[in-house]
Design a protein around this ligand. Structure first.
Ligand code: ADE
Length: 234
């Protein structure tokens, strides 16, 4: 999978060099390219923002650097037709909410582009232009406001990237996780069996795999009812 990221703070994405995603990049499973939006701004100060038409607080990101950035990334996608009409994701608190289902869907794609806005947002015309060269999705991490799209993009890249075959060494570990079956994950324990007067539930030491599976399922349902009743309603 190819992932292009456009940001005025490319250093946010340095962390993609470490851990499982870093390994996957090294192995050629994930081809991640981070671009500085300012390289497509041509005035002396490499300006990427301006005051909003109609007045109001804050600054808006100018359309021209975004247009050039997206054109250049799409033109550079090579001969792969699937990479030539990428999904272009703009993280935004005004977007659809990102879930595990979104991650699963996007993990099937060949080419994702993340456009990280800052300030009060990106000139609205950029989204309709982007829709002529890719499939645009405005996506929110949740109902709170971040300073820009960088941290949201990082979270999404990790959630999507780990579902790409070969990124996580043991694919079985992807199955028994929170949200994969609509429930929260069951509790996990390791040695020692007794620690600071706290015991591992005896069922887990019983060797009875059927009873353990039943207990884990019950724990999942109980936890979900306590912590996230909204998920059970769905
Ligand atoms: N940018 C600012 N806030 C955001 C959020 N909650 N999700 C995605 N992108 C954002």
């Amino acid at each position: 999978m190819r992932i292009d990221v456009v940001s005025i703070f490319p250093a946010f994405f340095d962390a993609l060099e470490v851990s499982l995603l870093g390994k996957a990049r090294g192995a050629g499973i994930l081809d991640v390219r981070v671009h500085d939006l300012r390289s497509w701004a041509h005035d002396r100060h490499r300006t990427v923002d301006d005051t909003p038409y109609g007045g109001g607080a804050g600054m808006v990101m100018k359309p021209e650097p975004w247009g050039e950035a997206l054109d250049s990334i799409v033109a550079d996608a090579g001969d792969d037709p699937a990479a030539q009409h990428p999904v272009i994701i703009f993280p935004s608190p005004a977007g659809e909410v990102f879930t595990q289902a979104t991650a699963r869907e996007l993990a099937e794609e060949r080419h994702l582009v993340f456009g990280c806005g800052r300030y009060e947002g990106i000139d609205e015309r950029v989204f309709s232009y982007a829709a002529t060269i890719g499939r645009v999705r405005l996506v929110s991490l949740g109902d709170y406001v971040l300073n820009g799209g960088e941290v949201a993009s990082m979270a999404m890249i990790e959630a999507i990237g780990r579902l790409v075959p070969g990124v996580v060494g043991n694919p079985a570990s992807l199955v028994e996780e929170s949200h994969e079956d609509g429930l929260l994950e069951y509790p996990s324990y390791t040695k020692p069996a007794s620690w600071r007067e706290r015991e591992v539930p005896p069922i887990l030491l019983s060797g009875n795999h059927g009873a353990i599976a039943t207990w884990r399922r019950e724990q999942q349902i109980e936890r979900t009812r306590d912590r996230r009743p909204d998920l059970l309603a769905e």
